[in-house]
Design a protein around this ligand. Sequence first.
Ligand code: NAP
Length: 287
Amino acid sequence: MIFSFTDFKKSQKSRSPHFFVVGNPIGHSLSPVMHQAALDFHAINAEYHAIDLAQAEFSDFIGWLNRDEFLGCNITIPYKNQFIDVVDNIDSFATEAGVINTIAKSDHKLIGHNTDIHGFISPLLEYTDQIEGGRVIVFGTGGAAKSVKIGLEDLGVEEIIFVSRTPQKSILNSDHVWIKTVSYDQWQSYADETSMFVNTTPLGMSPNIDRSPISDYESELLENKICYDLIYNPIQTKFLQQADDFGAITINGLDMLIMQGNKSFEIWTGKSFPFKEIKRLLVNSLG
Ligand code: NAP
């Protein structure tokens, strides 16, 4: 259920155990579908709500986190940076990213976690042999690209080529991995020695489903590679179709979404998502 924070405080629901996802706007979030299904599956006595938080309510909301009924929350745009100063401790991925998307409670302390990076890594664990020590090409240099960079460092990648519309402006760098940022006219010369391509741009996201970071005539450069699209709506993007046409291994953003949610749920409850059921619900929600 979606609430403004003001309405939530007035509602009966605020007096029973609860988790939140908090952001603005929040209507698009699939987190309530996933987490409520997992809470119900494990018969955990708590509800998961979406809170549309106005900036003016931020400090009031912080006070709410100390209440006994509040068990944990996910954080999404535009608050991912803001909550980092509110928690007592943060995990190592959150430290590297400077961003938290999950708050948990431990001994009355608030702990910030970044589970987006776990979500990105999890579907890749079966391909580590192909990725470790190799080169990866990443389209886009925004917030998700930063999480991808940290995930690739963790997986032992040696080189990352970021592709940007404005490569001269990129601020992505690393102490662990060799990084270069190139334009959309330059990445092709790095493709041969590349094990994986990752799309972190919104190109291909609904409703603009005919778009892709690569042109059709460039698709053969994806032959037999691993191709990962962070977009989950649609599940099969044009980029993944282009990759599929050339025998690539394809990974969609739905797996990342589910795995980041699962990591948050494990931190809060010590239990895992019922994966099949959750995937079925999300596929239904996405139509
Ligand atoms: P963002 O901060 O807006 O960054 C996207 C980047 O893509 C931009 O920095 C830009 O890089 C590039 N870009 C943007 N518009 C473009 C265009 N019209 N043409 C070419 N490049 C363009 O967004 P984000 O938060 O990183 O999210 C990116 C995507 O990842 C979204 O589709 C989001 O839904 C998805 N995502 C999925 C998950 C998941 O769990 N599956 C999690 C997070 C994000 P340059 O300026 O360098 O070109």
